[in-house]
Design a protein around this ligand. Sequence first.
Ligand SMILES: [Zn+2]
Length: 290
Amino acid sequence: MPEGHTTHALVARLDRAFAGSPVAVSSPQGKFADGAALLDGLTMVGSSAWGKHLFVQFERERWLNVHLGLIGKFSVMRHHADPSPDPDPGEGQVRLRMLNDAWVGDLRAPTVCGVITPEKVDEIQARLGPDPLRPDADPDLAFRRIALSTRPIAELLMDQAVLAGVGNVYRCEVLFRHRVDPFRPGREIRPGTWKAIWGDLVRLMPLGVAYGQILTMDDQVDDALAEVADGSAAAHTASFTGARLGERFERRFYLYKRTGEPCHVCGSTVRTQLIAGRNLFWCGRCQRRR
Ligand SMILES: [Zn+2]
């Protein structure tokens, strides 16, 4: 499921494949035909991400804005000598195709795909909270919003105006990692707790970018950090196309989708409840802090 790490990984792939050269842009599915015509043949300047929003800058101050939503996928891969790639079974679902003589990028099932002005880019970014994957992010800005709110912390972490990029998996897992009660109102959360959560996201989310999968369990996080430090993670990162999730690590979590199973730490039953439109998973015994 795309969270902020997915968008940031996409930036690296798009820049490697397309930045600095003209791109043929089309909409095989047809739904984005007008937008594609505005970009077709223009040089792509570069791309950036803020939370789950992707911004791709083309010449003439035209920007492509994409949000993958819950099921969107944007794959970027090399194609063979023939510049028109073979239609694949999912051809009819390709909202946007970017193509040059070496690479093809196919966007499927996004919730947002549009051509926007630089002013609109600023407007969207101004609405978003700090993104732990951006070096310019200010965690205090998020905490000021949290500290004023009566809404539960589990809901606030999913609010992109408070914090950008965190989705349901990171939300559940990071609250558990710090033993935070998900139902505590934001205004009861201690500044030290927020500092620890933010610091953890800053450490965990780049691993999501590097491996194309969300890693939160301590043993996996330690292994991943070691591979990043010794340089061996780079080969994994370079091999990803975005078409599917990375598989360097076994897919397991402390709580995510483990309803009814025993907590790995205390053995108590993992519970679930709908919060901010998505299933929150938590351990009522471990998670008492605020
Ligand atoms: Zn527990």
